[in-house]
Design a protein around this ligand. Sequence first.
Ligand code: ATP
Ligand code: MG
Length: 291
Amino acid sequence: MVNLTKTFAAPRGIADLLRRRPSADGVTPVDGVDLAVEKGEVFGVLGPNGAGKTTLIKILCTLILPTAGRAKVNGYDVERESGRVRESIGLVTTDERSFYWRLTGRQNLEFFASLHDFYSDDAREMVDDLLGVVDLKDAADVRFLNYSAGMKQRMAIARGLLNDPTVLFMDEPTRSLDPGAAQGLRDFIKGEIVRKRGKTIFVSTHNLEEAEELCDRVAIFDDGKIKVVGRPVDLKAALGEGSTLSDVFVHHTGKRFEERGGAGATAPGFRHDRRGSPHRGGGLGRRRGGV
Ligand SMILES: Nc1ncnc2c1ncn2[C@@H]1O[C@H](COP(=O)(O)OP(=O)(O)OP(=O)(O)O)[C@@H](O)[C@H]1O
Ligand SMILES: [Mg+2]
């Protein structure tokens, strides 16, 4: 992507419209981003709450249009060839409300498979296969509402894989999971999705440990801008022996993060603002004016 930028206009009231005043300054959560991700790599965008991670992923998944700049996914332009982009990608978000809670896991996946235009026999077979991949075969006929957060997240991954995408986008895949479940999910992503299935993964996270463990390369992202890109090991080495990824973040953004502890805490991460509840989504379309 080259000079990718997204500005949301400031909300305007009736009075502004009547006066035909140009809108006041908006927010620019993606601000001149240049990035190239290699085929087959796990690429992480590491940034605190509000950095613009979800907005960046939404643009790349063709859910919103950029204000300026260009981006290609799998060689297809996100604006001019959005249909092609969508055919070749999968999206995993933390918005569990996009599933049907009263349907079983299997029924949910069969429904979403039908949206991809699969014949029902093919869909059944594929759903069965994917339930095995995400280790939910035993719970396949249990209603979604009875799943644990980890199971819901694996369902989201299964859904993201339905069209056998080349690139899988994941927006904070472990956000609502406890440390043990988050670790399990990371192991699963690495083993099953990356090593066995060879997918290219574009993942956002505010979790340093996750970025370090999961990603071949990370982009430190703050205020809509890429501060630095590299392999975690190289980024740390550049700062000197004994440096951590946290030091790298502080060095490039001037911001600190706090260790979180206690029940239900996530792994070391940035201060959460309004996202503490494990039941809140925070995925696509949640905000005012969202898609
Ligand atoms: N549809 C929208 N309209 C106006 N402002 C928006 C919209 N979507 C996002 N924003 C603003 O853009 C900024 C970046 O939001 P974004 O959701 O991309 O950040 P994020 O890095 O994903 O944060 P988080 O870690 O909290 O998920 C925030 O200030 C947010 O309020
Ligand atoms: Mg987000």
